[in-house]
Design a protein. Structure first.
Length: 255
C-alpha cells in the first residue's frame, strides 16, 4: 500500500467535524465520531480523540495480530498516537489489551517499543497474561506518564530503557513484581510513586539522576533485596539507607 493510499484511510473533510475510516471491505467511508473505537487496517485498535479546534489524536487500546515484538508507532495514517490505555474503553470489562475474546489476538510478546510521540501508558496497560514473557521495554523521549500498575507482575521483564532527558511521572507500582536487574531514572523524573519498583528481587544496580523530591515516600524499592550499587544525585545521597532498607547487600554509593 502506498503512502497516498494509507493517508486516504483517514480523512477530515472541512464540511464535517467527524472522523472517517475507509475500509477495503466497505464501498463507502464509515463515519466515526469523537471517542469511537476503530479497528485500523494495520491491526491496531484505537480510540479517536478530536476536540473542537484541536488536532485529532489516537489512543491505542488493542492489537489484533499474533506478534512477538510489539512496536507501537507515534503516528498512524497521518494521525498522532499519544498513548496506550484501557480505561477509556468502558465495554472492555476486564481492562485487557486484546478485547472481547482470546482467540483472535496475540498470545505472547517478548519486547515492547513505544515510538516517539507517545506520551502516556495507561493503568495496568501491560499487566496482562499476554505480556507475561516480555523481556524488554523501550520508551520514547516524549514519554510523560506511566500510570499505576502499568507493568506490574511482568516477571520476565529484565530491561526498561528510560529516555535520559524525559520529564516523566512513574506512578504507584508501575514496575512492581518485575525482574529488572538495572534501573536508570532520568534526571527529569518528576514523580516516583509508592512501591514503584518494589519486589524486583534481582535488581542490583540503580542510577538515580533525579532529586529526592521526586520520591513520594521511601517504598519505591521495597523488597529489592539484591541492590548492591547505587549512583545518586547529591540530594538523594543522605536518603539512600531509607530508600534501600530492604537490601541484604552492602551498598556502594557512587556520586
Amino acid at each position: 500500500m502506498t503512502e497516498a493510499e494509507l493517508r486516504s484511510v483517514f480523512k477530515f473533510p472541512k464540511k464535517y467535524d467527524v472522523f472517517y475510516i475507509k475500509n477495503v471491505n466497505m464501498p463507502n467511508p464509515c463515519k466515526i465520531e469523537d471517542g469511537d473505537f476503530v479497528v485500523l487496517p494495520n491491526g491496531f485498535r484505537v480510540l479517536l480523540h478530536r476536540n473542537a479546534g484541536d488536532e485529532p489524536y489516537l489512543t491505542v487500546v488493542g492489537f489484533a495480530r499474533d506478534i512477538n515484538d510489539l512496536v507501537i508507532p507515534g503516528k498512524m495514517y497521518g494521525v498522532a498516537v499519544k498513548g496506550v490505555s484501557f480505561d477509556e474503553l468502558p465495554n472492555f470489562s476486564d481492562g485487557s489489551f486484546y478485547g472481547e475474546s482470546d482467540e483472535d489476538y496475540f498470545v505472547s510478546c517478548n519486547s515492547i517499543t513505544l515510538c516517539e510521540g507517545i506520551k502516556f501508558i495507561g493503568r495496568r496497560c501491560f499487566a496482562q497474561d499476554e505480556f507475561e514473557f516480555v523481556e524488554s521495554v523501550k520508551l520514547p523521549s516524549t514519554m510523560r506518564r506511566i500510570e499505576n500498575d502499568a507493568f506490574k507482575g511482568c516477571r520476565y521483564l529484565t530491561d526498561v530503557e528510560f529516555p535520559l532527558n524525559a520529564s516523566i511521572y512513574i506512578k504507584d507500582k508501575a514496575f512492581s513484581g518485575c525482574n529488572l536487574e538495572t534501573i536508570k531514572l532520568p534526571k527529569g523524573t518528576k514523580y516516583v510513586g509508592k512501591e514503584c519498583f518494589a519486589y524486583n528481587t534481582n535488581l542490583k544496580s540503580i542510577d538515580i539522576m533525579c532529586g529526592i523530591n521526586s520520591f513520594m515516600d521511601t517504598t519505591p524499592f521495597k523488597g529489592c533485596k539484591s541492590v548492591s550499587e547505587v549512583s545518586v544525585s547529591e540530594s538523594v545521597e543522605e536518603n539512600v539507607n531509607a530508600l534501600f532498607k530492604d537490601s541484604e547487600c552492602l551498598i556502594t554509593v557512587n556520586k
